[in-house]
Design a protein around this ligand. Structure first.
Ligand SMILES: Nc1ncnc2c1ncn2[C@@H]1O[C@H](COP(=O)(O)OP(=O)(O)OP(=O)(O)O)[C@@H](O)[C@H]1O
Length: 259
């Protein structure tokens, strides 16, 4: 089941450096939210706080609240590994395990979680995940071949299948198409639109057309200068953000006047 995300007064640090300040945002279940903004404003940093990946970096920490269906991810007793299991992540560069087979790549996250799974359950999970990622028809006859034998776009869909195999409730995507050609990009965008029936999706993108095409809501982040924290300037329905944003900075960025 897709979850809602409510972020309250979140400040994100790398040691003493405040990288992103005072984020407040609500993300509805079964929606796609795009994070846009100039380089260095903290989009990826903020994204990684939504599955507690940020704190993997030594000295990195947050102050504030990120609630999923009302449960604070940073509350006492919350296991970060369990959080990462329920919040899948897809990265900029497709990162399948290169020598592992296509099928084993899909199962990698499940195996990492030490879940025992029968051969027939594994086979059906591989099939359903690859179908969900719109990759099944292209790979069903070569599931034993290595992940690296696929094209970049196919590898990225394999990574999405791997993320989905652990049945997360939220899917985070950090510029998932930036290393892909236009056709693979459209395939991923179509997939994102389908996946929102089952997941809450947050995507970081530098591509304004992509944000306009795939997202229901858009959040614009900005930074006033080097060394200053990034801030969430405005978040609204994507159609509103692209036609009549409230803030001048949003309009300037979207229309390509800066960033
Ligand atoms: N591992 C790190 N250690 C220290 N500072 C970091 C680290 N990663 C990012 N930062 C800093 O945090 C700020 C936000 O960076 P972040 O990568 O989140 O921005 P971004 O908006 O995603 O940028 P881009 O669009 O270029 O990917 C920047 O000032 C960056 O230098």
């Amino acid at each position: 089941m897709a979850k809602r995300i409510d972020v309250k007064d979140l400040n994100i640090y790398y040691s003493d450096f405040l990288a992103v300040a005072d984020v407040n945002v609500n993300i509805e279940p079964n929606s796609v939210t795009a994070f846009i903004g100039p380089s260095g404003c903290g989009k990826s940093t903020f994204l990684r706080t939504l599955n507690r990946m940020h704190e993997v970096i030594p000295g990195a920490r947050v102050v504030g609240k990120v609630a999923m269906d009302g449960v604070d991810l940073y509350g006492d007793g919350v296991d970060p590994v369990a959080v990462r299991r329920s919040v899948g992540m897809v990265f900029q560069r497709p990162n399948p395990f290169p020598t592992m087979s296509i099928a084993e790549n899909v199962l990698a996250g499940v195996r990492l979680n030490n879940r025992r799974i029968s051969k027939s359950d594994a086979e059906s999970l591989v099939e359903s995940s690859l179908k969900g990622a719109n990759l099944w028809n292209e790979v069903k006859d070569r599931l034993g071949r290595p992940g690296s034998s696929l094209s970049g776009g196919q590898q990225q869909r394999l990574c999405i299948a791997r993320a989905m195999a652990v049945k997360p409730q939220v899917l985070l995507m950090d510029e998932p198409c930036s290393a892909l050609d236009p056709i693979s990009t459209l395939a991923i965008e179509d997939l994102i639109s389908e996946l929102k029936a089952n997941y809450t999706i947050v995507i970081v993108t530098h591509n304004m057309q992509q944000a306009a095409r795939v997202s229901d809501r858009t959040a614009f982040f900005n930074i006033a200068g080097t060394g200053l924290p990034g801030r969430l300037i405005e978040v609204d329905a994507t159609t509103t953000m692209f036609s009549s944003p409230r803030e001048r900075a949003t309009e300037d960025y979207i229309s390509g006047r800066f960033g």
